[in-house]
Design a protein around this ligand. Structure first.
Ligand code: EPU
Length: 419
């Protein structure tokens, strides 16, 4: 096992490139199942979740070649239709093969994702949507056993906005007979990118980026080449890193249009932010101001940035209230931040954060991906040394975050040892 050792208090400065988006790349990879030919994906980040998806797709018979940040996926021959427990338990996004396998093969057997560190995260809306498309769904021995002769278009209403749910049904509907209408579809940029890629393959989709999407089924989809968008959550994490270290950082290859609310909140907290095309320059203000935040589906404040923003509020001038409305257990980082001296009090789904002058370095443990990013940020800002254990969570979703921070002047190194 590896750990990160961070000596805090170094001001970050310089330029850093934002990697391709994990949550955009994963559904794009799954969409390759729909096409009997080569899909070229560019700007794919090197991450453990991407490796897990590659492993899963390979086990289905998809040939995958890798050239730096490009993946070439060829699903000419699908040889299997199962996503085993061993893979799904390490990455819930494995559920994304369900829709495309049903569309291409008419059958899929996918392990039902179990509990998760951040919340219950059921997949009932994925299954309800597929049933509306005519799929026979059975749950047996921990698996979703799904079969369909021919998918049929339908009107599907999502009671809750779901990112991978919208993606799964969208992929299934591309091959359905007739028209599918998705109501209360998710608006996240990653969903829009999947729709754009599917359209490039020949799918007939309208309304992506709005709450109502229409998908007209087609008989065939074609090979394409597609570039993954920049990771808006990595970009936001790096912006907070500049903010909590009193630094100034320029993000290259970023897309400020995907992060308007995050930029707005960081400005309210006192940061000076300038956007120019695909570059964002962020500079810490003289002091950090307390700002309330409530997570919400896009275009609201992303739940995936809640933990990182909280670290900034730990050092703000007053009291802020951070409310989590998407996942019911996404405050695991709070207990670790308390060990670093933070003053946080949890009341229901809100964390009341009283700013203090400085956090103090400590041994802390990562519990999930974004919680681990927040603890890295806390370590950068803290007085003294922080040791972050269980960094496999971080490596699931950040491409060499420690190296990027080092380039910006952080004193951070990977060491063997730890839990
Ligand atoms: N939900 C249901 N039933 C469903 C599906 C969702 O009740 O069938 C609920 C969830 O429990 C949650 C809410 O709906 O309360 C929204 O969940 P959503 O389905 O949108 O989440 P997801 O698709 O499982 C994706 C990202 C997450 C991100 C969320 C919210 C991917 C691969 N994952 O998850 O990313 O937090 O959307 O934006 O796109 C991360 O990268 O760290 C991460 C967790």
């Amino acid at each position: 096992m590896e750990k990160l050792v961070i000596n805090g208090g170094k001001r970050l400065s310089g330029k850093v490139r934002v990697s391709g988006s994990k949550n955009a790349a994963l559904p794009l990879m799954a969409s390759s199942i729909l096409v009997p030919g080569e899909i070229h994906l560019k700007n794919v980040p090197h991450l453990n979740d991407i490796k897990t998806m590659s492993k899963l797709l390979s086990s289905l018979g998809i040939r995958i070649a890798e050239d730096e940040n490009e993946l070439i996926l060829d699903a000419s021959n699908i040889e299997d239709f199962q996503a085993p427990y061993e893979i799904v338990k390490t990455m819930r996004a494995s559920i994304l093969v369900l829709g495309p396998l049903l569309a291409r093969e008419g059958k899929a057997k996918v392990s039902l994702p179990g509990g998760c560190a951040i919340g219950a995260r059921p997949v009932n809306l994925h299954l309800k949507g597929l049933e509306k498309l005519g799929v026979d769904v059975k749950l047996s021995h921990g698996y979703i056993d799904a079969k369909v002769k021919r998918l049929k278009g339908a009107r599907i209403h999502f009671d809750i906005s779901t990112v991978t749910g919208t993606e799964n049904i969208m992929m299934a509907a591309t091959y359905a007979k007739g028209t599918t209408i998705l109501e209360n579809a998710a608006l996240e940029p990653e969903v829009v990118e999947l729709a754009k890629a599917l359209k490039k393959m020949g799918a007939k989709i309208e309304g992506e980026g709005t709450k109502e999407m229409t998908i007209e089924g087609v008989d065939a989809l074609n090979p394409i080449s597609y570039t993954v968008i920049p990771d808006r959550i990595e970009a936001g994490t790096l912006m907070v890193a500049a903010g909590v270290t009193g630094g100034e950082v320029t993000l290259l290859d970023a897309n400020p249009l995907h992060m308007e609310v995050v930029i707005e909140k960081l400005k309210e907290a006192g940061m000076v932010i300038k956007e120019e095309n695909n570059q964002i320059n962020v500079k810490a203000g003289d002091k950090i101001k307390s700002v309330d935040v409530k997570t919400a589906p896009y275009p609201g404040f992303p739940t995936d940035m809640q933990a990182q923003f909280m670290v900034m509020m730990c050092m703000a001038d007053n009291v802020s209230v951070i409310s989590e409305t998407i996942f019911e257990n996404r405050f695991m980082h709070v207990l670790e931040l308390l060990r670093m001296g933070a003053k946080i009090h949890i009341e229901g789904n809100s964390a009341i954060v009283k700013g203090i002058k400085a956090l103090s370095g400590a041994k802390v443990m990562a519990t999930d991906l974004r919680a681990s990013a927040s603890l890295v940020l806390a370590g950068l800002a803290a007085e003294g040394t922080t040791e972050l254990l269980r960094i496999y969570h971080l490596d699931r979703g950040y491409e060499r975050l420690d190296q990027k921070l080092s380039i910006l002047g952080a004193d951070i190194r990977r060491e063997k040892g730890g839990l």
